[in-house]
Design a protein around this ligand. Sequence first.
Ligand SMILES: Cc1ncc(COP(=O)(O)O)c(C=O)c1O
Length: 291
Amino acid sequence: MDTIMDIAQKYNLYVIEDAAQGVMSTYKGQALGSIGDYGCYSFHETKNYSMGEGGALLIKNEDMIEPAEIIREKGTNRSKFFRGQIDKYTWVNYGSSYLPSELNAAYLYAELECAEEINKDRLASWEKYYYGLSDLQERGYIELPVIPDGCQHNAHMFYIKAGCLAERTKLIKYLKDHEISTVFHYIPLHSSPAGIKFGRFSGKDIFTTKESERLVRLPMYFLMSNGIVCDIMTWNSMQYSYVITGEAEDNPSIMFRYYKNIDNIPDKYIYIDFGRDKILSCDNPTFQFNK
Ligand SMILES: Cc1ncc(COP(=O)(O)O)c(C=O)c1O
């Protein structure tokens, strides 16, 4: 954002910050959505804070609030009328009907009142995924997300990168067979029908397609950490092995892993206290957990 804001300042441009998924995230301590001249949040049902469909526009320059209200209210100054600033309202500019319904707004309001709690819970699930799956990254089976310096995320999503498209396809199928719904995210814009029609790829596509074919989003939702957190099977192409990571039912700080024939070790359960990186019990005494 620093670079974007510098360029905008240099060329006297406005920045509209698409922070659709960024509520409660920060960049260098500043809330996403509040850095540009305008910030946009989405409260679509897929977002951390939702009203089904809807969003918010953050406006830095107070002079721009009234024109935005007019556009939102079908081109009328009805908002001023409701505030008692004028005695009747009329059409003053172009606009459309961008108002949320009160019922949807009430639903969102309740979520925003618990925003800290929701954020904390999602971050806890995110961390559990990250530390629970980190040894698989160390073994070179998967890649985990990277959070750039100065950024605080809001656990909107947790993804892993499988080795290649074929591995990802099998992993998604395997998880689906075990009633765990995962998705990839997304088809790169330049290879979508509309992208082909209206856009072009700038430079050579070295990473975009390749990396997008490896990405799998794992389940992530509020209160996930209270149930089985991970139940994630990771597939190893060489040995057709799986790892299931979950949470011990009676003690949420202890996670279990079920290694199915991984590294030629027979099926077994291993109970690990991730807080202390300690194996609490293990069916197979020869297994060395490399944490
Ligand atoms: C980065 C980004 N911008 C915009 C949108 C669109 O948001 P909405 O559906 O609320 O218009 C999304 C939704 O997924 C998004 O992730």
